[in-house]
Ligand binder design. Structure first.
Ligand code: CIZ
Length: 304
């Protein structure tokens, strides 16, 4: 306990000396969320950090998130405390594969989910988040869309628009793992509780949801809901913010398997090491950065 307190103190000291800001994604361990200046979803965090006058951004999250921060803050140093924290979903599509698909569908507009590498964003016409994916695809002035890399989010969008959506076969292993059977069982145990599910889950699972939304939308829904018990269908790290925001409500996980191993790799010790040793710096080459930034800016224009 004392060791942890010391670590927190040392991190705060280093943070001040280095003029750093610490970001933690909602899926991070509580200790990382507690030490952070901001918690949030990946894109909102990158935008917040860009608005600060910090010189260093410590991103407690996974690599594509640190890349997004680097895209929006080219003059700041971005650190990923755990260099092995990757995102298997983002790694499911490479630039070469995307170029090949673009060659097959030369007229299509390429929409990439923010859970993708900077290089894939750079090959895209526009990005989307899980909050605005539907709005972005609807507002594109083209009836043919290539959607990468998440097939569940792509399918969720495709079911709600009258366009041809060519969907990449990628998925988030953590969300994709949940089966409809688990949802039915939870429903039996808590029949009154609304079930809030992330669109990275399978279609059979989404069909049983009372609400489908991104992390921020799930938090907002839970906060505004009159229900005192809610079922959560996204990565379990979000329980930390949910419980803090709603101390009188009860939350149950949709499945015990909603744990992302990569999101749990960052610890206080790693945040400390990161600030102390300036590791691991995440850089996006300027050519890629500019093109990826264009796709992100287009998203902001289309989503209003
Ligand atoms: O982009 C994010 O932060 C993720 C991974 C999910 C979401 O719904 O916010």
């Amino acid at each position: 306990m004392n060791m942890k307190k010391n670590l927190v103190k040392e991190i705060k000291k280093l943070k001040k000396e280095q003029k750093a800001v610490i970001l933690a994604h909602y899926y991070q361990l509580p200790e990382s969320q507690e030490i952070a200046d901001f918690t949030g979803d990946s894109f909102a965090l990158s935008r917040k950090a860009a608005d600060t006058d910090a010189e260093i951004i410590v991103f407690c999250g996974v690599k594509f998130m640190a890349e997004s921060a680097a895209i929006l803050s080219p003059d700041k140093t971005v650190l990923l405390p755990e260099k092995m924290a990757g995102c298997p979903l983002a790694e499911m599509v490479s630039v070469e594969e995307l170029k090949k698909l673009k060659h097959e569908y030369p007229e299509a507009t390429v929409v990439s989910y923010v859970n993708s590498s900077a290089a894939v964003k750079a090959e895209s016409d526009v990005c989307c988040t899980s909050s605005n994916a539907l709005k972005i695809v609807k507002s594109i002035d083209n009836d043919q869309v290539l959607f990468v890399p998440d097939k569940n989010l792509g399918n969720y969008v495709a079911k709600r628009v009258d366009k041809e959506i060519i969907i990449w076969d990628g998925y988030c292993a953590t969300h994709h793992r949940v089966k409809a059977e688990e949802v039915r069982k939870v429903k039996e145990l808590h029949p009154e509780a609304p079930i809030l599910i992330h669109p990275e889950c399978r279609e059979e699972v989404l069909k049983l949801a009372d609400f489908i939304g991104s992390t921020s939308q799930i938090l907002e829904y839970a906060h505004n809901s009159e229900a005192d018990t809610l079922i959560i269908g996204t990565e379990e790290g979000i329980l930390h913010t949910l419980k803090k925001d709603n101390p009188d409500k009860k939350f149950y996980m949709l499945s015990p398997h909603l744990i992302c191993p990569n999101m749990k790799k960052t610890s206080l010790q790693k945040v400390y090491n990161s600030l102390k040793n300036m590791e691991t710096i995440v850089k996006v080459p300027d050519g890629i950065r500019k093109r990826a930034n264009r796709a992100l800016t287009r998203m902001l224009e289309l989503s209003g």
